[in-house]
Design a protein around this ligand. Sequence first.
Ligand code: DX5
Ligand code: ZN
Length: 220
Amino acid sequence: GVAAKIAPSMLSSDFANLASEAERMLKFGADWLHMDIMDGHFVPNLTLGAPVIQSLRKHTEAYLDCHLMVTNPLDYVEPLSKAGASGFTFHVEVSKENWQELVQRIKSKGMKPGVALKPGTPIEDVYPLVEGENPVEMVLVMTVEPGFGGQKFMPEMMEKVRTLRERYPSLDIEVDGGLGPSTINTAASAGANCIVAGSSVFGASDPSAVISLLRSSVEE
Ligand code: DX5
Ligand code: ZN
């Protein structure tokens, strides 16, 4: 199977103490740090961009899993690579014509390309990006409408995950939105291996126990 990656979403952290929040999550066993980049246009919220990634990079060598909820992802490739981003996952809804160029640029900057899809977007839309000559290396299936942490997991998205897993046995499949102890088994049994979790981790009295539980559910 594919390796489990547990990625706390730093959107739920205390932004005023980002470095220590990141350090805490890594100490608790996080594999990746999920960084939600929003532009206030693709989604009705504004979070952080390359300057914050650059600041965080000075404090950690961790894999920074950047999720770009932005209308013009191409504009972010250069600044984010310079800032030290590791993964660059853009949305399929905004990359209809230029995805080949986008993926090429992401790879040439040494980042791992991924594609994300909103709940209303059919899974077929990402097939060309996974099967092309210059493929993406991860698909992020959104299990809430992108924009905010703390929303309810949409189990009906698991059909997308199952379909992807059947078609691509070794692909990294990430799920994002509403993941926690009560939803992880649904996502893991559908075939997700990269698990983003914000409020369930940061809101827990024992975040380390939640991270361990998420990992063991995926590895089972
Ligand atoms: C939502 C973001 C998520 C969010 C997840 O647009 O992409 O990464 O932080 O938060 P929870 O786990 O609380 O749903
Ligand atoms: Zn996200």
